[in-house]
Design a protein around this ligand. Structure first.
Ligand code: FES
Length: 148
């Protein structure tokens, strides 16, 4: 473990899998950005973003279900990005809000997905999206009621 300004680098090995990451001392958020089978001594970079949220903005003309058929997903992605900016967490060392194509869970949509935790969400309205940004993206607390 090595100390670098306000973060602490950690490495854990379990069953031949190396998990490497940083723990930010303040606030105490566990930032795991890399987990794979790595040989000893492979250098790991600090992540460029702490978290990514992907909004599925796929539309389908065929009438089949898609997250953005009504245009709501695109509007919610814009809302989330603006909220992240207002909170001062948008950008490098913070959060990135991305639009994505179909994420493969259309029947549960509209879908948003947060990494590195890999948490899948659905939402109904702006209040739900703002809660995901405020709780998960900003504070690292998963919004259980919106998980799928
Ligand atoms: S259309 Fe959104 S997950 Fe498939």
């Amino acid at each position: 473990m090595s100390v670098k300004s306000s973060v602490v680098r950690v490495e854990r090995r379990q069953d031949g899998v190396c998990f490497q990451g940083w723990i930010r001392k303040r606030p105490p958020i566990w930032l795991l950005w890399h987990s794979s089978v790595l040989p000893e001594g492979v250098p790991v970079e600090k992540p460029y973003y702490q978290r990514h949220i992907f909004f599925c903005t796929n539309q389908r003309e065929s009438g089949k279900a898609a997250c953005n058929n009504s245009g709501v997903a695109d509007a919610m992605a814009k809302l989330a990005k603006q909220r992240a900016k207002d909170l001062g967490i948008h950008g490098p060392d913070g959060v990135r809000v991305n639009r994505a194509g179909c994420l493969g869970r259309c029947a549960s949509g509209p879908i948003a997905l947060v990494y590195p935790e890999g948490v899948w969400y659905t939402y109904v309205d702006a209040e739900d999206v703002l809660e995901i940004v405020d709780s998960h993206l900003k504070d690292g607390v998963v919004v259980e009621r919106l998980k799928i």
